[in-house]
Structure formats: C-alpha cells, structure tokens
Design a protein around this ligand. Sequence first.
Ligand code: SAM
Length: 215
Amino acid sequence: MLLLISKVMETFSNKDHWENVFATKAENEVSWYQPIPKTSIAFLETCNLPLDANIIDVGAGDSHFVDVLLEKGYHNIYILDISANAIDRAKKRLGDKANQINWIVSDILDFKPNVKFDLWHDRASFHFLTSDEKINQYLTISQNAITSNGFLTIGTFSEKGPTKCSALQVKQYTETSMTELFKTNFDKIKCISEDHATPFNTVQNFLFCSFKRKA
Ligand SMILES: C[S@@+](CC[C@H](N)C(=O)[O-])C[C@H]1O[C@@H](n2cnc3c(N)ncnc32)[C@H](O)[C@@H]1O
C-alpha cells in the first residue's frame, strides 16, 4: 500500500513539474528548444519508412519533429507526453493539422499501446529515468511496442553533457552503455555525438543512437 502511495505521489510530482514548465516558459526559454530537429530528421531519413508507417515521438513535448513528419506526408503519427500543457501547445501550433495526429497524454511507463510502431523516437526524455527499475520498464514497453525490424532512435545527454535538465537529474550515456542496454532485442545501427546549441548560448553534448528491433 505504501509503495503504491509513493508511486502515485512520484508520478504526480513528475507530471506537475512538466505541466508547470509548459505553462510558464515559452518554447525558446527552455534549453532543449530546436526550431529544426536536424539530427532526428537525419535519422528518420535513414529509415526509409513508407508514409503509412506508425511513428511515435515519446516525451515529445512541443517539439517541431511532428511538423516535419506531417510535411513529409506521414499519416500515422503518435505524439506522447506526460504533460497535457505540452500537447496543447503543439496542437495550437499545428492548427487544423493537429487533427491528423494521435495525441497521448501519459507517463511513458504507464503506456499500453494498441498498435506496433515502425519508428520509436525519443529525444531528451528517456534520460530522466535514473533507476534500474524504471529503465527496465521503459525497455520492456519499447521492445514490445516496436515491430520486428522496426527502428528505435534515442537521444540522451552524453557523458560530456549536463548532469541535469530542467533542474532534474538525468542519466548520461555512452555509445557502449546505450548499446549494452538495448542489445538483447535490438541491433545497433549507429550512434553519433551532437553538440546542441541552447537558446542561452550554451552547448549540450547529446548522444543519438539508432537501433533495429531484432526479428
Ligand atoms: C527535455 S524535454 C524534451 C522534449 C522534446 N522531446 C524535444 O526534443 O523538444 C522532456 C520531455 O519529456 C517529457 N517527459 C518527462 N518524463 C516523462 C515521462 N515519464 N513520460 C512521458 N513524457 C515525459 C516532458 O514532459 C518533456 O516534454
């Protein structure tokens, strides 16, 4: 019972944190802002997915990646975030085009997808999971949700990157630790390092890795 109460409180406060961020800060007042998500686009292009592919952006916030997916003609797009405020902002920006998207307000660890995804994309959300228990939950949910031969693209802070984001602790990754984590069910395609220039003229080093779900 105590465990259940503490889990509910933790989820609530994490959600509160993100609702507050998206209620109080403009899109260019957060470190992760990217008008053009160029690394995510480059990884998307290497997947050569058909336009009816199921694509999910996990912890998408109000990222512009969805705009790119729409522009390219993808029409089975899923956008998931723990914050309803983030989703509302993305919907407002897209206007009528928002009707073409499957919007999901959920903690990723509670997500029970009813479709399988050809591409699972996550930039700067996975690294907020810092306990082995939560990381393993994420692994189970993602591996069950991705089609065989489907793609997984994850961007996290690298070991040269910050230890915190939005005042929350993050877990940093190296190519080796990321590959090791996913190796049971995924083959690594490639990892790259990206220096992200924040709106505050600082630089954050990211590690981006793409994987293919084993058949
Ligand atoms: C640093 S922001 C990155 C947003 C977006 N991916 C981008 O690149 O602009 C982290 C995002 O993850 C979301 N998030 C954090 N924890 C989450 C969780 N447990 N489940 C779902 N979303 C979560 C936050 O609400 C926020 O939108």
